[in-house]
Design a protein around this ligand. Sequence first.
Ligand code: SAH
Length: 250
Amino acid sequence: MQRYFLNENAELHQRFFITSKDDIHHILKVMRYNVGDHIIINFNDQQTYKVTIINIDQKNIEVEATEKLEIHTEMPVSITVVSGLIKSDKYEWMLQKATELGAHNFIAVQMARSVVKLNDQKASKKLERWEKIIKEAAEQSYRQQIPNIKYYSNLKYVYDMINEYDYILMAYEEQAKNGETSKFKEMLSQLQPNNKVLLLIGPEGGFSEEEIALFETHANIVGLGPRILRAETAPLYALSAISYEIELMR
Ligand code: SAH
């Protein structure tokens, strides 16, 4: 059953209005739900309820929270995927898949070797589109939280925030080429629930030497295995490995 999201605090038997046009369209036209049917809604703080449709009119659907569901689908560690701007279709594909795999947040960055360039106006249009892709992927994959996404025009702005994170993980292709295979695994074994991880992935052309130098003293600079992955594949490899370690092996 598809999940929907409402940015509200929920309590049992409370009533809410669904007003998002996309959600209403999906509930009525795609799923063909009616008054009396149940749907599942994620509210704030990862609270999930089964709700009953009470009333349907032109502009909104009224629902009542009828049962609290004890489900936990969020990754216990929070991963922020920082990646270099790449071709639009590749980046969007990555956003969808990384949301399914549990990424907590995304930061798109104009890196030194990003071929794609965005000005502010284009960036705000893109952000809207990216938010929509992420929301749909979050609903489809039963996430309890919608990842957020930001855009920065320089990796230096990301550097300014590193104190907010427990681990800075920089995936560097040159490490892989040098046969480095233990650092990522070592870091995975140290991860604890609620840790915040910043995962840095370069664009198609990789990181510049200046970008590596900027993070060198604070980051774990790791290889992600012997093969060189495309920029859109690398975050998915890292997220899968983190999920395996934290969600399946412990
Ligand atoms: N064009 C570069 C590869 C860039 S791959 C070259 O041929 O050398 C794009 C990004 O994915 C890299 O910057 C890195 O962050 C990540 N990546 C891909 N494969 C990787 C690997 N095996 N180990 C670590 N990082 C990797």
